[in-house]
Ligand binder design. Structure first.
Ligand code: ADP
Ligand code: MG
Length: 260
């Protein structure tokens, strides 16, 4: 069966690296020849701007798809990178959380949107907002798996139990095939003993589910979005870009292992 693997990049905490991970994993998969779609479902639209797509140039966005049933094809735009397209978000997505409440099967609006286009891609990545609202539920309802970025800081594990419980709830009610793809440690600072302690603690707790690739705190990753480019294009030799390329390789490897 030739259909995309759909990965929701989720964590209800803000600022943990969801968008940075979404953009750079998507770009790394594309660089590895995988046809990839990044879907921005955060009203902050940082994944959209981080790929150099400007809201004022857009006629359609994911909002029209979710709320008005517009075909995804009519909102998807190509990025500057071959093999990478984006279904962009604009600020009006903030209203979707409320408007969705009135729509039938409101948890499945994103599934309806992307089901028709899955066969065009190898990977579809969903950049989720920092909350457990309807948009994140929509993402988990149509995802094959959830990838959780976790910042290497004190309290990193706090809230993780709640996140896992949400994944379980979606698995029981909406999407029985939802997997945990893994946890990726972000903003790791090798000079900081706390970073190492947190990383050790997460690995002790989640073992194999933690990706080997660790994303360092790295200025290129913070800078690249202001140039509208993934770090893996803006400065491919940077430690941050290299770490995301490694992470993408592990993801591709997961796919090979699960299909035998
Ligand atoms: P989220 O989507 O979870 O809110 P972001 O990916 O937007 O998080 O990251 C939050 C902020 O931290 C952004 O300004 C981003 O550029 C920066 N950032 C993310 N990852 C790193 C990193 N590994 N090193 C340095 N800065 C980072
Ligand atoms: Mg974000």
């Amino acid at each position: 069966m030739d259909t995309a693997k759909v990965i929701a990049i989720a964590n209800q905490k803000g600022g943990v690296g969801k968008t940075t991970t979404s953009i750079n994993v998507a770009a790394s998969l594309a660089i590895n020849g995988r046809s990839t779609l990044l879907v921005d479902i955060d009203p902050q639209a940082n994944a959209t701007s981080g790929l150099g797509v400007r809201a004022k140039d857009l006629v359609n966005s994911v909002y029209q798809c979710l709320i008005h049933g517009l075909d995804a094809d009519r909102a998807i735009v190509k990025s500057s990178l071959e093999n990478l397209s984006i279904l962009p978000a604009t600020a009006d997505l903030a209203g979707a959380e409320v408007e969705l409440v009135h729509i039938e099967a409101r948890e499945l609006a994103l599934k309806r949107t992307i089901d028709q286009i899955l066969r065009h891609y190898s990977y579809v990545l969903l950049d989720c907002p920092p909350a457990f609202g309807l948009l994140t539920i929509n993402a988990m309802a149509c995802a094959s798996s959830v990838l959780i970025p976790m910042q290497c800081e004190y309290y990193a594990m706090e809230g993780l139990g709640r996140l896992m419980a949400s994944v379980d709830r979606v698995r029981r009610t909406l999407n029985s095939s939802l997997d945990l793809e893994g946890i990726v440690l972000t903003m790791y600072d090798s000079r900081n003993t706390l970073s190492k302690q947190v990383a050790d603690e997460v690995r002790a707790h989640f073992g194999e589910k933690v990706f080997k690739a660790v994303i360092p705190r790295n200025v290129t990753l913070a800078e690249a979005p202001s140039y509208g480019r993934p770090a893996v294009l803006y400065n491919a030799s940077s430690a941050g870009a290299q770490a995301y390329l490694e992470l993408a390789k592990e993801l591709i490897q997961h796919g090979k292992e699960s299909t035998g």
